[in-house]
Ligand binder design. Structure first.
Ligand code: ADP
Ligand code: MG
Ligand code: MG
Length: 894
């Protein structure tokens, strides 16, 4: 195979072979844009090197041939003493990877050629500065010398001279710094800094290859689920210099605003500087627009190029460029990152410009971005005192009083206070405090820290790793060390703070929160067609319309009451996929359930059931009305009964106290007996779901009767109820058959009494491995399946969700065992395989079997794509996730 491609030979489709950077350098070269000539070593060469421990034999020669060609073209040789050709060696994998080796600039400089460079440029300082940078970058990234040593030495020479910035060092200072640096290299590596230019280049290339397997790179790939066998490409690019005086400089640019999507001139420019200075923030950059006054010719050319790139890539591009003595050079471009709001706006702008079609527009946005836009946010126009910034770990805008331990968080929130739980880092003991808090702030830990993982799981706002904030839990204080030298500021327990989980910003005091305009739009309080409708709302409206036109999956809501159902409907729900009837048994009705559980005579039980029937019926009527004309899946009682009884410890204490006072409470005693009787070590796997229906006579039939009578009454009121009855936790078809027989009898009775054909259907959840494995049999007795992927994930993995997320998931995520919790995104290979097979087996038995999913995965973007692929009819998710599911269903189908 061919291992080296000149920039003239590649193109943007070859990212796998040439890496993102290399493919785009080639693309720009072939568009006729001014790219400094160079070549790219393929990922294939890297793979051979990594597999065999040596570069492919042909590589040395191929690199030599391409170098020759480059030298002929440039009219000088790499490292040539009197006029050296210099190159940069730049890593560049298929996916941009921050964990990888950095770029080495100025390769080809040596004790000899540094003098030649000085003469050619007519600038000694420049030449010595370039050499100093080479030894530093090469020493650190290629030779593995601790970078601190160079930094310290640089600081020391500035201190010695009494100056603050690098630019104040003159040629002589830099020359002695070079000697210092060379000394560091010799001491640390046992040999001198390599003087041979080709050796420098070859070592740098090999170092880029090796960096593919660096610890940081590996960890990053595990977390981002990037395959480990892709390898990286290496770009060798002739150097251009932005640090050759005031008519030189370097900058970055965007073809439109990555924050808002607005078209215009966005970017930063730094006069008389090399690329890495912009990032390092050594001096202040100026806005790109100022380049027009500094160098009109280069500015105009850049504007022209930006337009070319946008039309060519049909998307927002970001750009690195350098101007060397009035000549513009392009050093990098790629399709640029952007905020969620910008993504939606840009997608529709590009449709309007005729650059992309609607299907493509759907690929330019995603559900995670839409979800982000739906969180309430801080009012940007309000006065706010920012005191620090951490990692945006879980979105949202939270305001509350600072508390520094879980106990206080719980205590204060019980008395109605809003609190922000502030910890250095959290651990499983903080769980209750996290639940009680509006938001969580930590000073340590990254995106996979305990706080971040658990907060995301709970949908709670979280900023983590705010390292500029010092947390002192003993003194109950948060100290912000002002970066601008305004001294430190202390937040005490009880002081109000505001945290922004979408930006990571932390504020003192209460910052006003405004609802998301996107939610206002979905709620119907803002209209996309209105004169003054904001551009974002219009864009979201249009994208949702594209999506609804193409999607095959229907989207339903998990909702237990008329209010949620109505909201879900406004958000676009096409029915209810899961109504949990246990939620109807709470509050005052708990007592009725208690009576049901305590009943030892049939009469007592029947009385309790008779009392529950009209209440349930009322709920169903409201629900059917809110969802008139659309399907409503009602799940019969699912959780273990003891969830409806008092806490065992509390009750025991009460009974014991009463005993000691000799005042007998018969009811409490019976209750306590029941609690003991029903106590289970592992209730998740105990007496619940269909098992309850089979052992408590009359429970399920009461619920079925309530559904049937509610439907009949809705029909009498000229409504169109479409109820579906769902049996939970079935493991074998026999369970379903028994429940079905009883249910059908009840339904027939109601139909006869009312004279209407209720068209009720009866199906089951598939949420146990055995149910999935015997789906073909179960389908004989089911009109529909709804995959309960929460329980299915628990039982397939053997994880108790309530326990594992707070205990060892952080460690699993950090070790990269999974990139994301299987409760968040469906595990395709395990749980997903069961779903896929159950779909096939179920449909083989009953081709018209209706299939849906009602776990939380129904609102997760990646999982929605999976459910589309395996051919489900619908997904069901919480009302707030419905727009996300609609969008992702469209993206999956487009
Ligand atoms: P990264 O992937 O970190 O952006 P790059 O390879 O793009 O790394 O290089 C880092 C910096 O060095 C960038 O600012 C880039 O523009 C600059 N740079 C890279 N190669 C050259 C070159 N041949 N001439 C001048 N500057 C360069
Ligand atoms: Mg770059
Ligand atoms: Mg379940």
């Amino acid at each position: 195979p061919k291992f080296v491609y000149a920039f003239t030979e590649g193109n943007k489709e070859l990212k796998g072979l040439l890496g993102g950077k290399g493919a785009n350098l080639a693309e720009m070269t072939n568009l006729g844009l001014p790219v400094p000539p160079g070549f790219t070593i393929t990922t294939e060469a890297c793979k051979v090197y990594l597999d065999s421990g040596a570069e492919p034999v042909a590589l040395r020669e191929e690199v030599g041939a391409h170098l020759d060609a480059l030298e002929r073209r440039m009219g000088k040789q790499l490292g040539q003493a009197d006029d050296p050709l210099l190159v940069s060696v730049r890593s560049g994998a298929k996916f941009s990877m921050p964990g990888m080796m950095d770029t080495v600039l100025n390769i080809g400089l040596s004790d000899e050629s540094v003098v030649g460079l000085a003469g050619q440029a007519g600038d000694e300082r420049f030449a010595w500065d370039s050499y100093r940078r080479l030894i530093q970058m090469f020493g650190k990234t290629v030779l593995g010398v601790d970078g601190e040593l160079f930094e310290e030495s640089l600081e020391e020479s500035k201190r010695a001279k009494g100056v603050v910035t690098d630019v104040e060092l003159d040629a002589a200072d830099l020359r002695s710094l070079v000697e210092e640096f060379k000394g560091i290299v010799s001491r640390e590596t046992g040999r001198g800094f390599p003087q041979d230019a080709r050796e420098q280049m070859d070592l740098a290339i090999r170092a880029v290859f090796d960096s593919w397997n660096g610890d940081r790179a590996k960890l990053y790939r595990r977390q981002e689920r990037i395959p480990h066998d892709l390898g990286t490409a290496v770009n060798v690019c002739s150097m251009v210099f932005g640090n050759l005086g005031p008519d030189s400089g370097t900058g970055v640019a965007f073809t439109r605003d990555p924050a808002s999507g607005q078209q215009g001139v966005y970017g930063d420019y730094l006069q008389n500087a090399q690329g890495e200075d912009v990032v390092a923030g050594i001096r202040n950059t100026v806005a790109l627009a100022e380049l027009e006054t500094l160098d009109k010719k280069s500015y105009d050319e850049l504007m022209q190029i930006m337009e070319t790139l946008e039309t060519h890539y049909k998307d927002l591009c970001d750009i690195e460029f350098t101007i060397e003595r009035g000549k513009l050079w392009m050093l990098q471009t790629r399709v640029g990152k952007r905020t969620a709001a910008a993504a939606f706006r840009i997608a529709t702008q590009l449709v309007d410009q005729g650059l992309i079609d609607e299907a493509e527009a759907l690929q330019r946005v995603n559900g995670a971005q839409l979800a982000q836009l739906m969180f309430p946010r801080f009012d940007l126009d309000a006065e706010a005192e920012q005191i620090g910034r951490g990692i945006a770990a879980s979105p949202g805008a939270a305001v509350g009083k600072a508390v520094f331990d879980s106990y206080t968080a719980i205590k204060w929130s019980r008395s109605g206070e809003k609190v922000i739980l502030i910890r250095r880092e959290t651990n499983p003991d903080d769980l209750d405090g996290m639940i009680a808090a509006e938001g969580i702030l930590t000073s340590r830990g990254g995106k996979t820290s305990h706080a971040a993982v658990v907060a995301r799981g709970m949908g709670k706002t979280c900023v983590c790793g705010a390292e500029d904030l010092e947390v002192d839990t003993k003194r109950r204080q948060l100290t912000a060390h002002g970066a601008d030298g305004r001294g430190s500021l202390v937040i005490d327990e009880g002081d109000v703070v505001s945290i922004d989980g979408s930006t990571g910003k932390v504020y003192r005091g209460e910052v006003p929160v405004v609802p998301s305009p996107v939610v206002e739009f979905f709620e119907g309080r803002v209209h996309a067609g209105a004169e003054d409708a904001d551009e974002l709302v219009q864009a979201v409206h249009r994208i949702m319309a594209y999506s609804d036109r193409v999607r095959r999956l229907r989207v339903r809501a998990n909702a237990d009451n008329a209010e949620d159902a109505s909201r879900a409907r406004r958000f676009g729900a096409q029915g209810i996929g899961l109504c949990r009837t246990e939620h109807m048994f709470l509050g005052e009705r708990r007592e009725l359930v208690e009576r049901l559980i305590l009943a030892d005579a049939e009469r007592e039980r029947e009385e309790a059931l008779a009392a529950l029937l009209p209440l349930q019926k009322g709920d169903f009527k409201e629900l059917f009305e809110a969802m008139d004309g659309l399907p409503v899946t009602v799940r019969l009682l699912d959780p273990p009964l003891h969830e409806f009884l008092p806490d065992i410890t509390e009750l025991s204490v009460r009974v014991a106290l009463a005993e000691s006072r000799k005042d007998h409470n018969e009811n409490d005693l019976r209750l306590l007996q029941a609690v003991h009787r029903l106590h289970e070590q592992n209730p998740m796997l105990g007496l619940r779901g269909v098992r309850l229906g089979l052992v408590i006579p009359g429970l399920f039939t009461m619920q079925v009767r309530a559904i049937a009578e509610a439907a009949a009454e809705r029909r009498a009121a000229k409504g169109d109820p479409r109820a579906e009855i769902m049996i939970p936790l079935v493991g074998t078809v026999q369970e379903l058959e028994i429940v079905r027989d009883e249910a059908e009898k009840v339904i027939a009775e109601v139909e006869e009494a009312t004279g209407v054909d209720l068209k009720l259907t009866l199906g089951t959840m598939i949420e146990l491995p055995r149910a999935a494995l015997t789906a073909g049999q179960i389908a004989e007795s089911a009109d529909f399946f709804s995959f309960g992927t929460n329980d299915l994930t628990q039982t397939v993995w053997g994880f108790s969700r309530d326990d594992v997320e707070a205990s060892f998931f952080t460690a699993y995520l950090e070790k990269g065992i999974f990139g994301v919790s299987p409760f968040e995104t469906i595990d395709r290979d395990g749980v997903g395989k069961l779903v896929k097979d159950a779909v096939a087996d179920g449909r083989a038995t009953r081709p018209d079997l209706k299939l849906g999913v009602c776990g939380e995965h129904g609102g997760d973007p990646e999982s929605v794509h999976f459910f589309h692929e395996v051919g489900l009819d619908y997904v069901s998710c919480s009302p707030f996730r419905i727009p996300v599911a609609r969008l992702e269903a469209g993206r999956a189908a487009a």
